[in-house]
Design a binder for this molecule. Sequence first.
Ligand SMILES: Cc1cc2nc3c(=O)[nH]c(=O)nc-3n(C[C@H](O)[C@H](O)[C@H](O)COP(=O)(O)OP(=O)(O)OC[C@H]3O[C@@H](n4cnc5c(N)ncnc54)[C@H](O)[C@@H]3O)c2cc1C
Length: 363
Amino acid sequence: MADYFLTGREATLYWKGRDVLDRLDVVHRRGKAVTAVRPANREVVLASGETLGYDRLVVATGSRLHAPLPGVDLPGVYNFKSLTAAKSLVERARRGEVASALIVGAGFIGVEVALVLKDLGLAVTMVSRRWVMPRALDPEVGAIVLQALRARGVDVVLDQAAAGFEGERQVEALRLVSGEALRADVYVAATGVKPNCEYLQGSGLELDWGVRVDDSLRTSFVEIYAAGDVAETRDRLTGERYVHAYFPNAVDQGRVVAEHILGFETRYPGAESINSLRHVGVPLVAAGVPRGEALCLRDGPVLRKVFIADRRITGFRLAGDIRGAGVYRALMLKSVDVTPYGRHLLDPGFGAGSVALQAIAGG
Ligand SMILES: Cc1cc2nc3c(=O)[nH]c(=O)nc-3n(C[C@H](O)[C@H](O)[C@H](O)COP(=O)(O)OP(=O)(O)OC[C@H]3O[C@@H](n4cnc5c(N)ncnc54)[C@H](O)[C@@H]3O)c2cc1C
């Protein structure tokens, strides 16, 4: 997303090419929303009332903004879940119609949006309930991103919860729980995402936060699959089931579903939690979960943290120097016993040596 808005290169959005549906001869009913699924009749219902039959159905309706805040629907509150809305805000910024932006939420999307708007010349303030990227990063790693954001000129307000957006016909302010009102030319809600699965209520599909699926990505009906941001999938490391709303997971799941429909019994190995930031000014990779003992190396602007439980890597956080990320990831996914490496695991050059690579190859 940031790549697209900063460089204007469409290839970063249409990663399979703009004409992919034509090339694959896929019928695309543009602008048609599905309002219900009727597994008993093997049909979906469109908003127009028309029904479409299926032999196999793939639920891939993604996610949308989750912002349980009063006033979030007021005109002037943007979110970057809609490309059209995001484009309109970016175009207004490019035309010089807006000079300042207030972003609620300092997660991955909030940070990306802050960087794009800052690069477009806006004065940007970001408000976070806790620290920066609290779901993906612990406070220590979050502080490195915070420092980088501030060095880029983003004003970050921490430990302040938003109470809601205020205004009569148009948003005029963001009210904090503390009572303070913050004002800007434009407001962006970046408070998280929510699977689009309301239209499945009453269908008989098992729903929780998202659509429940098994390790074949089948729902509670064998002929219906779910994939991407709408699906609650097993975490590859912890086994917990939740929505892993990352692009690479969606792509992998799409492939597994396609293989099943073609008759292969591919088992989905589980989703990964992995984040990387490229535009903030500090290279950063966060993967897996922070469980067990943390091996930590702090050297000026570099922070390397590897979490180990039961002698296996459960997660890692690298900031300032991300060398070794691929090796850690492979050791983690292959569940390799890393006790023989001791603190050498933290060496920036770790992984370039043959021992770890042999362990991965044989793991
Ligand atoms: C600003 C932003 C930045 C991001 N950056 C990254 C990143 O850098 N790296 C990363 O890994 N992930 C990133 N993500 C997350 C990534 O975009 C998602 O994980 C991915 O797009 C999920 O793909 P999907 O196909 O499941 O859902 P989506 O891409 O959301 O597609 C779902 C489609 O279903 C349609 N739809 C919904 N409901 C209905 C209905 N009832 N009837 C018919 N159609 C319907 C929608 O209109 C949409 O076209 C970012 C997300 C955002 C918003």
